[in-house]
Design a protein around this ligand. Sequence first.
Ligand SMILES: [Zn+2]
Length: 237
Amino acid sequence: MRRLLKRVGWWLLLVLLLSATLLLLARSRDFQLFGQLVSHLDTHEPVVALTFDDGPSEQFTPQVLAILARYQVKATFFVTGREASQHSAMAKAIVAAGHQLGNHSWSHPRLVFRSYAVITNEIERTDIAIRQAGYLGPIYFRPPYGKKLLLLPWYLKQHQRVTVTWNVEADADLGVDADTIAQQVVAQVKPGSIVLLHVMYASREASRAALPSIIEGLQAKGYRLVTMAEMLQDSQP
Ligand SMILES: [Zn+2]
């Protein structure tokens, strides 16, 4: 009996360790099992990339574009295919203003423990929506919730796709005020940083309000704000 309990105990420990490893792997922002993943650029050049997740939305895309235009700054928008096709005029406006579009899946599911067919569909439908918006540059992928495990990285490697995560995020929790978001972003950015901001929904007023201070703060520190393709010096479609 005691021997049985001991054996069950070892199995339990093994299962727990395995689960913890998988969880860490799925959440890691700078490691995945296959394919190229970029969370920041190793450089001494004062460059930083602003990246916006989700959307586009009818209401808030014009506001964000107006702020970027005011400072003559280019950024990267990781849009969902569903929203990019629902609000195709907004996706086109992003491209027309010279910004980069990235692929954030079609419907924003957690792409962990999903079939290869589901992953393929989520990504490739979104590519079509991005091209329909007139975007011609390289299409990088950002996993919804930053989550990836086995099949998603495998798909991305098979299709030579670059995964872009981030190393600065100050608006992960709702309820943080604009000043705090701006201060944290400006304080955390280093040469080669990739900043993630959520600016597309009504609940993200603070992030939109923080955007001018973030740009001013980074420019005051001598940073050049670039798109992801510029940061990676990638001109391939
Ligand atoms: Zn997202």
